[in-house]
Design a protein around this ligand. Sequence first.
Ligand SMILES: [Zn+2]
Ligand SMILES: [Zn+2]
Length: 195
Amino acid sequence: MKSANRRCKQCRKKVPAESAFVTQLRAFCSFECLQQFTKSDQGRKTIAKSSRAETRERKEKLKTRSDYMKEAQTAFNAYVRARDKDDACISCGNYVLDDQIGGGWDCGHYRSVGSAPHLRFHLHGANKQCVKCNRFLSGNVAEYRKGLIKKIGIEKVEALEAMNAVESMRFNEEYLIRLKKIFTKKKQKVLQSRS
Ligand SMILES: [Zn+2]
Ligand SMILES: [Zn+2]
């Protein structure tokens, strides 16, 4: 069997694995080399990089379910805006919006996330909506309904209206993490197919 050698990160000398100093996947032939490495420019950079990775990891561990929820919702909403990029506002039918108050686009939920949180990730009930309708006209719901019927048909709209929360539909962390990934990918795909 070939004996496992490690190469010293500092002096490049080969050392038998069992006598090497190993820290975070890097090997050193001696404590002196390890010290020299940590003082060198490259060493400092490497250490800074791995401590950044550790910070990221720590932050990830501190995330709560509500953080994952926010991230998943942001990814979902961004996908809906990308999917409907060429559409008019679902409620008022406007395409071009100026920069006055109420300009810009949102992902508007037909049934608000506050009152129907179980539909927060339902694609039928989420559509591109102008900021004016979404935020200043409380969703402009009556007009939203008309626009939605035109877009997906009355059956689907009524199904959405009849959909009640189910206890088992509580989104868990793994699910939220998966949703974020899925909608981030879906958004990239939609945007790529247009460019
Ligand atoms: Zn060495
Ligand atoms: Zn509008």
